[in-house]
Ligand binder design. Structure first.
Ligand code: SDX
Length: 427
């Protein structure tokens, strides 16, 4: 592919063009500053590729999401979350032998060090579960000195398995702590997702059987949230990892970033918005607010930096919402009715059509999680649970990159230029 030519001032630079296996071509500007003495400026990274990756690809115009080339709707229908974890981590769907080795390796690491239970007790009971998950994930590094040397592939592998195995326990215990119920230990005879529901909803006082319908729906939600290219939290994990920080600290940084309402916090905000709208007749008022530039209100669960068509995850999530609520006999759930009518009205509105705003992964997920019995404060922690494997896969890819170096963006400086100090009496 011929180079790109960049002309500015007296300079003319030839910059290499790189060809992807899918998506837009890339102009390699790594030598731009050295050769041209200028920076590029792209604060939201709307036109900037931060890395090379083989893990996940999104075609925003087609509304397509591929994990290692496999479309998300097929994986959601035919696969299961631990198999998707294997795919994201190792690049291929596992054979039955590989899967029968991987699953017990994860299962055997689901327990937390008993001291962790005391760590939880340092939080107030009303602490947001996201704050607890963020803190506990970071604290894991203080327990596993044998898996924080990122230069050792063995230690990277054990840290990977530990985080995938323990994040359901960490998340479930954050929920239990928030409702004042005792921690429930993992049961190794349960599958990964059933174990999570068991740790969330069982109590010592009575028997608890995981509903297979809910477990299947939960597992599908995990798959839909597992990875998503270089989104804000994944980019945070990569940047943290580029300094050589231990993997637990890097994932804790990802949890912190995901918390924001513009990112993973949108699922909680979307359900709260749907509840605030309350009835279908109030939808036009909120559509008007979303379009009003003087009003900071946005339709939560709508819009996306990359998707300019339907988020394929939202489609699967909507089908799952119909299925789960139908099987639970609450298909007439008023919040689901408002969500469907809101989606219909918005998608017929010129403002949303022109700006290509569609429901995203967060628009329907809260309705299912709410129907399962989770409070909205647990929606983003569940998103973080599922995304942990994506963050780890991206972190491992970054660490093993031969040209890996610390991420250190430059800036467009617009502050004061050099000036001498002025004593206070002369100011
Ligand atoms: C996730 O990156 C990822 O992949 C994230 C994620 C993942 O899996 O990791 O997919 C998960 O974070 C999904 C997004 C969840 N967030 C929300 O649902 C919050 C509501 N959505 C918006 O805040 C917004 O759409 C973003 C943050 C998702 C995307 O923002 P962009 O790409 O920076 O787009 P923008 O803010 O520049 O909006 C473009 C235009 C603007 O109007 P103009 O200034 O051009 O006139 O569209 C408008 C915006 O005002 N707009 C909306 C809107 N989203 C964008 N208007 C009303 N309601 C909305 N939801």
């Amino acid at each position: 592919m011929t180079d790109a030519t960049l002309k500015f001032g007296e300079k003319e630079l030839n910059l290499p063009m790189l060809s992807p296996t899918a998506g837009p071509d890339v102009i390699d500007i790594q030598k731009l500053y050295a050769q041209g003495g200028v920076f590029t400026y792209d604060p939201g990274f709307t036109s900037t590729a931060s890395c090379q990756s083989k893990i996940t690809f999104i075609d925003g115009n087609k509304g397509e999401l591929l994990y290692r080339g496999y479309p998300i709707d097929q994986l959601a229908e035919k696969s299961h979350f631990l198999e998707v974890c294997y795919l994201l981590l190792y690049g291929e769907l596992p054979t039955s032998e590989q899967l029968s080795e991987f699953v017990p390796r994860v299962t055997r690491h689901t327990m937390l060090h008993e001291q962790m239970a005391y760590f939880y007790r340092g939080f107030r009971r009303d602490a947001p579960p996201m704050a607890v998950v963020c803190g506990v994930m970071g604290a894991l590094s203080s327990f596993y000195h044998d898996s924080t040397d990122i230069t050792d592939p063995e230690q990277r592998e054990i840290a990977t398995v530990r985080m995938i195995a323990k994040i359901p326990t960490i998340t479930a215990w954050a929920y239990k702590y928030s409702i004042g119920q005792p921690f429930v230990y993992p049961k190794n005879e349960l599958d990964y997702t059933s174990n999570f529901l068991h740790m969330c909803f069982s109590v010592p006082a009575e028997k608890y059987a995981v509903d297979p319908i809910l477990s299947r729906a939960m597992d599908r939600i995990f798959t839909l949230h597992a990875d998503h290219e270089q989104n804000a939290s994944t980019s945070t994990v990569r940047l943290a990892g580029s300094s050589g920080a231990n993997p637990f600290a890097c994932i804790a940084a990802g949890v912190a970033c995901l918390w924001g309402p513009a990112h993973g916090g949108a699922n909680e905000a979307a359900l709260n918005m749907l509840r605030e709208i309350g009835t279908v007749d109030r939808i036009p008022e909120y559509i008007a607010r979303a379009k009003d530039k003087s009003d900071p209100f946005r339709l939560m669960g709508f819009g996306h930096r990359v998707y300019k068509n339907f988020d394929p995850r939202a489609k699967v999530m909507k089908e799952s919402a119909d299925e789960v609520l139908g099987l639970m006999g609450i298909e007439n759930n008023p919040t689901l009715q408002v969500a469907k009518e809101l989606e219909k009205i918005a998608l017929e509105d010129p403002y949303f059509i022109e700006k290509k705003l569609y429901p995203n992964v967060d628009f329907y997920s809260g309705i299912i999680l709410d129907a399962m019995g989770f409070p909205s404060s647990m929606f983003t922690p569940i998103f973080a649970l599922a995304r942990t494997v994506g963050w780890i896969a991206q972190w491992k890819e970054m660490i093993s990159e031969p040209t890996q170096k610390i991420g250190r963006p430059r800036q467009l400086y617009t502050g004061p230029t050099y000036r001498d100090y002025v004593d206070v009496e002369n100011r």
